[in-house]
Write a protein that binds this ligand. Structure first.
Ligand code: PRP
Ligand code: ZN
Ligand code: MG
Length: 224
């Protein structure tokens, strides 16, 4: 079901939302975020912004429900692996890597525990929101482990006796520090990316995307 207007999915609230809105504004897209609206119409271009949970953005692109999306590579990779495992559509086009949302996905353990390498994780239970990425990393190393799937409060799992280690996003390191944990392995370095669905769009929409990309290039270069 294609609409006349270009649909861009962005995170409603969280680590990418502010910078994502700023980037779009700098690219000349005029809009007003009011209340709890799910769809916000741009005032000066045929663009609709969809404000959703970041977890939903990869799927919306892969199912061709929206045209563009801004998402962290960590979430994008996790959903892509999960969909591949289920035999669901997992294709997308990466248009460009953005200059925000930088973080790493890391395995962390008790700060006082001895650590000499991945073999020390053998047989451990790892709490995470990213089971697919953890599995890919550990399988590549041939290290056996089990998971404890948590969508939030991952960092408290070891202290709560739910897991031996965690695998979660780290940016400043403050969360690990506050929970008596230390980074053991970095499994992915992530940034925000702009992605497009693989559906063929009509010429006007595709031209609008090209125009946005050109402006984005200018905006990002001006900051460097
Ligand atoms: C992530 C992650 C940690 C925190 C790490 O959570 O789950 O809690 O950021 O950042 P730091 O190293 O700067 O402390 P996020 O803020 O994305 O929210 P969520 O856990 O509610 O998804
Ligand atoms: Zn999320
Ligand atoms: Mg968190």
């Amino acid at each position: 079901m294609q609409t006349q207007r270009l649909r861009i999915a962005i995170q409603k609230k969280g680590r990418l939302s502010k910078e994502c809105q700023t980037l779009l504004k700098r690219c000349g897209v005029k809009f007003n975020m009011v209340g709890e609206r799910l769809v916000v119409h741009a005032e000066n271009m045929p663009i609709d912004l969809l404000l959703v949970r970041d977890d939903d953005i990869p799927g919306l692109i892969m199912d061709g429900v929206v045209d563009l999306g801004v998402i962290g590579e960590n979430e994008l990779e996790e959903v892509s692996l999960e969909r591949q495992a289920r035999g669901e559509p997992s294709d997308y086009k990466k248009l460009r890597r953005l200059d925000f949302g930088g973080c790493r996905l890391s395995i962390a353990i008790d700060k006082d525990a001895e650590y000499n390498g991945p073999q020390d994780l053998n047989g451990k239970r790892i709490a995470t929101t990213y089971p697919q990425l953890v599995k890919r990393y550990m399988d590549d190393l041939g290290v056996k482990f089990s998971t404890c799937m948590l969508n939030g409060s991952v960092e408290v799992a070891p202290r709560a006796g739910l897991a031996d280690a965690i695998c979660d996003l780290v940016s400043t390191g403050a969360t690990l520090e506050a929970n008596g944990l230390k980074e053991a392995e970095v499994i992915l370095r992530s940034k925000a990316v702009l992605i497009q669905s693989t559906e063929t769009l009509d010429d006007e929409k595709q031209a609008l995307i090209e125009r946005l990309l050109t402006r984005m290039q200018g905006v990002i270069q001006a900051k460097e």
